[in-house]
Structures are given as structure tokens and as C-alpha cells.
Design a protein around this ligand. Structure first.
Ligand SMILES: Cc1cc2nc3c(=O)[nH]c(=O)nc-3n(C[C@H](O)[C@H](O)[C@H](O)COP(=O)(O)OP(=O)(O)OC[C@H]3O[C@@H](n4cnc5c(N)ncnc54)[C@H](O)[C@@H]3O)c2cc1C
Length: 467
């Protein structure tokens, strides 16, 4: 029997710039790319993410000329079996540092070792593997700007070449696994971009030619197509950040510089999560331990549905439901609205985002929410409360974005759409009146903040008592 080494694909669903391919090919001429559809992930992922993964897998099968082995089940149980079928002595992975993925890999590594198979990690979904960059005193960075400098100084490898003599092993898929994938891929509930490496490359080239130069100016404008929309492709590693960084290298100006910095945020949050796995669902800093929050009720449901009566919030939340994506500026605006105007814990919003975002990324999402909540690393101060009307007027100056997503408001021209209640048309519109009084709830948020601070002084946390 011809033996093949296995490349176990997870958040690296691509063929280009994939160091694990070369690592596997070095040990054997023949390589078997394998994906295991793990029910622990699949059954809990929101519909947009499942559809996106399903379409990505189908495109990946084409990239590998139909030779992608797909199985359905627990990787820890399945991988030793698959390794046996291919006669593999090694299984190659990109290092996973997210808490659940790292635990899964540790368990799979043990199960493989018992069968005499080695789990070999090469590279990671990041330009610099989380955990590598440290301060001069050896401690991890807590603040973004010095981290981003350390990250730049550390640098990264050039994109990996595909081994010239790569031979792909025959497909040993379980056909029923492909049926599950095909069924999920059909779901049209959300308008997703085209899946696969070729589509990612096409969008990236468009962005390099048309978007990058303006990126520094346009990136905060949801009414413009001013960002790269690479997040959905980065999510499952359809494109690697190293590939993007290499293309930026030859370009100068504020656009490329700014873009590199945004990629650094992704790397920073992955690093923070690696060092603080509990920060997935717990406050990273205990600053607001005593904060009083409300239980989610009708107002939070109105927020989820995009029916709060605040046009920019509703347009953003409907974009999330419609596209499985939301503009970065608006992620901050709706998060601030939920936490500070509706007095809701950040975890409630983070959970909804994880369910509805196709680009849902544990590190960026949880720490994006913690940043707004004031509980994360170098977070926005809690007293900074975004006013959704002013944010709408500033970043959607003609109201085009609101009209795109809230059809009830299309009769209103221009920026007046951000305050429909002030227009003569207000009574005829089938659009909710604002569910809260912004000024009153802002004052309430600040009152609760001051209460939480006082409580912290009189009742320090266990951690604070000990330190
Ligand atoms: C509350 C909240 C939740 C978020 N949840 C996610 C999430 O689940 N998944 C996700 O990929 N991003 C998340 N972000 C970050 C950011 O909003 C998205 O990465 C960005 O909107 C994706 O669109 P783009 O690819 O067009 O971005 P671009 O502006 O083109 O940026 C390029 C890339 O840089 C990275 N990036 C940009 N901004 C950030 C940021 N603030 N934090 C981390 N990485 C960043 C992303 O990988 C992005 O694809 C969140 C931000 C906030 C405030």
C-alpha cells in the first residue's frame, strides 16, 4: 500500500501559502488533506457560519482536485483510524491557540501517539504565533501599541511555496459527511460572499487596486465599500495574513500602514486570549466586577431584530442578519448601545454576534466586546458612551447606509433619516419610535459606573485582596 502523511485542516482551508503541506510532503511524496466535521463545533455554530464553512469546504475540495477527505465525528476518535487507513506516521496541523481548539489538539495528539503517529505543528493562523511576542521582562503585552511595535520588529516568514513534487492521496471521504455539507451550503438565509481561495484572491486584488489607497479615509464609513472584507476569508484561513502582509510590503502610504495595524489587532487579541483563556467569557480586568446589569428583555430583543427606533443601530443589526457581517464602526456603536444604553452584559451581545457573524472569531469578537465594555485590554473608558444619532450623522453623512437596510425609512432624504421623529413623515412610517431616552439611559449608565467604583473600593475582589 502507498502510504501518505496527513494534513489535518481546520482554520487553514486553503492550498496556497500552507506550510503544513511542505512539512507533510517532506516525510512522504504523498499527502492526504483531511477535514473532520466535529459535531462539537458544527452543532453549536450559527447558521451563517455553518453555511460559510460548508461552501468553503466545497471550494476547497475543488482546490485539491477532489482529493479532500471529509469525515464526520470526534477528531480524537477518528484521526487514529484515518491515519491507519492512509498508513500515515504523522499528522500535520497549524498550531491552534484558542482554548477549545488547543484542548482538542492535545487530546488528538495523545490518541495518535498511542497508535505510534506523531502530531506535528507548523505555523498558525497568524503571521506571528500567539505567545511568541513578549515584553523585555518576558511578560505578555497588555496594551496594543507596544504589542504592535513588538510584532513588527519580530517580523514573519515569507509566504510558503507549494512543494514542487506534491502528490495528493486518493479521497477517502465518508459520502454522508459531504451530504451534511451540501445541505448546509444551500442555506440562503444570509447573503454571503463567494467562498474559496479564488474569490478571496479576487476581492483582495480589487482592494489592493481600488480600496487600499483610500482605506485610511474610508474605513470608518459604512455607506462606502471602504474595507477589505477579508475577515470572512481569514476566519477559516482561506487566506493567510502573511500573504496579505507580503502584498502590503511593496506599498507605501497611510493605507497600507493602517491596514497592517488592523491585522495587528487580530494578532493582538489572539495573543491576549492565548495568555488569558478565561477572558473568553469573563472580564479580563476586574474593574467592573460590581457593575449592575439588567437581565435581557424586550429591549434586547428589539436590538437583535434591528427595531430599536435608532436608525443606525437598526441598519447595522439588520446588516448582521442579512449578510452575516457588520462594519467595524457599527460593531462598536451597537455594542455600546447594548452595554451602556440597555445596561446589558457584554457577553449577551458577544453571544449574539457569534451566532450571526460568518466571520465570528473568538478572540476578535470577545475582545472587541470587552474593549467597548471597558473590561478588556487598554479598553475604551466606560464613561465614553457612543451617541448613536451623532455616530450615524458622522459616519453615514447622507443616510445612504440606513436607507439601504431600513426600507421603512427610504421616504426620508439625506441625513434627516438619522432622526426620523423630527420629520413631517414620522407618523406615516411603519418604523418604531425610539425604545429608550438616550440622555436618561446615559446618565443611568454613569450612575451605575460610579456605584460600581464605590463598591470596588469597599469590596475588593478575592484577587485584589490577595495581591
Ligand atoms: C464588538 C466587536 C466584535 C467584533 N467581532 C469580530 C469577529 O467576530 N471577527 C472578526 O474577524 N473581527 C471582529 N471584529 C473586528 C472588526 O470589526 C472586523 O474584523 C472587521 O469589521 C472585518 O471587516 P473587514 O475585513 O472589511 O475589515 P478591514 O477594515 O478590511 O480590516 C482588515 C482585517 O484586519 C482585522 N481587523 C480589523 N479591525 C479589527 C479589530 N478591531 N479587531 C481585530 N481584528 C481587526 C480583521 O482581520 C480584518 O479582516 C469585532 C469588532 C468589534 C468592535
Amino acid at each position: 500500500m502507498t502510504t501518505s502523511e496527513i494534513v489535518w485542516l481546520r482554520r487553514d482551508l486553503r492550498r496556497h501559502d500552507l506550510p503544513t503541506l511542505a512539512a507533510a510532503a517532506e516525510r512522504s511524496g504523498s499527502v492526504a488533506p483531511v477535514f473532520v466535521l466535529d459535531p462539537a463545533f458544527w452543532d453549536t455554530a450559527g447558521a451563517p457560519r455553518r453555511t460559510w464553512l460548508a461552501r468553503t469546504l466545497m471550494a476547497l475540495r475543488d482546490s485539491y482536485e477532489g482529493r479532500l477527505t471529509l469525515r464526520l465525528g470526534d477528531p480524537q476518535a477518528l484521526l487514529p483510524e484515518i491515519a491507519g487507513e492512509f498508513g500515515a506516521t504523522s499528522v500535520h496541523i497549524s498550531t491552534e491557540t484558542e482554548p477549545q481548539g488547543a484542548a482538542r489538539d492535545a487530546a488528538a495528539g495523545t490518541a495518535l501517539r498511542e497508535r505510534g503517529v506523531t502530531l506535528v505543528a507548523t505555523g498558525s493562523p497568524y503571521a506571528v504565533t500567539p505567545g511568541r511576542i513578549r515584553r523585555a521582562d518576558g511578560e505578555p503585552y497588555q496594551v496594543f501599541t507596544p504589542f504592535s511595535r513588538g510584532w513588527r520588529d519580530h517580523g514573519w516568514r515569507a509566504p510558503a511555496e507549494e512543494p514542487a513534487d506534491l502528490r495528493l492521496a486518493d479521497d477517502r471521504s465518508d459520502p454522508s459527511a459531504w451530504e451534511v455539507v451540501a445541505q448546509a451550503a444551500c442555506c440562503d438565509e444570509v447573503q454571503l460572499p463567494e467562498a474559496g481561495e479564488a474569490a478571496a484572491q479576487e476581492r483582495w486584488e480589487w482592494f489592493l487596486d481600488e480600496g487600499l489607497e483610500r482605506y485610511g479615509h474610508d474605513r470608518d464609513r459604512p455607506d462606502l465599500d471602504g474595507t477589505s472584507r477579508m475577515s470572512v476569508y481569514l476566519k477559516f484561513g482561506v487566506v493567510h495574513p502573511r500573504t496579505l502582509l507580503a502584498d502590503l510590503e511593496a506599498r507605501t502610504g497611510t493605507g497600507p500602514e493602517r491596514y497592517r495595524l488592523e491585522l495587528a489587532w487580530r494578532e493582538f487579541y489572539a495573543d491576549v486570549l492565548h495568555h488569558h483563556p478565561d477572558s473568553l467569557w469573563q472580564d479580563l480586568r476586574p474593574a467592573l466586577t460590581h457593575m449592575r446589569y439588567d437581565e435581557p428583555g424586550a429591549a434586547v430583543e428589539a436590538w437583535r431584530q434591528g427595531r430599536t427606533g435608532f436608525p443606525i443601530v437598526d441598519a447595522a443589526m439588520r446588516q448582521l442578519l442579512g449578510e452575516g457581517w457588520m462594519h467595524n464602526r457599527l460593531r462598536m456603536v451597537v455594542a455600546s448601545f447594548l452595554i451602556k444604553h440597555l445596561h446589558t452584559r457584554w457577553q449577551v451581545g458577544a453571544d449574539h454576534f457569534l451566532d450571526r457573524l460568518a466571520d465570528a472569531d473568538l478572540a476578535s469578537n470577545q475582545h472587541g466586546w470587552q474593549w467597548v465594555a471597558g473590561t478588556g485590554t487598554d479598553a475604551a473608558p466606560y464613561f465614553r458612551v457612543f451617541n448613536p444619532i451623532l455616530q450615524g450623522q458622522k459616519f453615514d453623512p447622507n443616510g445612504d447606509f440606513v436607507r439601504r437596510w431600513v426600507p421603512e425609512l427610504r421616504p426620508i432624504d439625506g441625513a434627516a433619516v438619522h432622526e426620523p421623529w423630527r420629520t413631517a413623515l414620522a407618523r406615516d412610517l411603519d418604523y418604531p419610535t425610539p425604545i429608550i431616552d438616550l440622555k436618561a439611559e446615559r446618565a443611568e449608565a454613569l450612575e451605575r459606573l460610579s456605584e460600581a467604583r464605590d463598591a470596588r473600593e469597599t469590596q475588593p475582589t478575592e484577587h485584589e485582596r490577595r495581591s
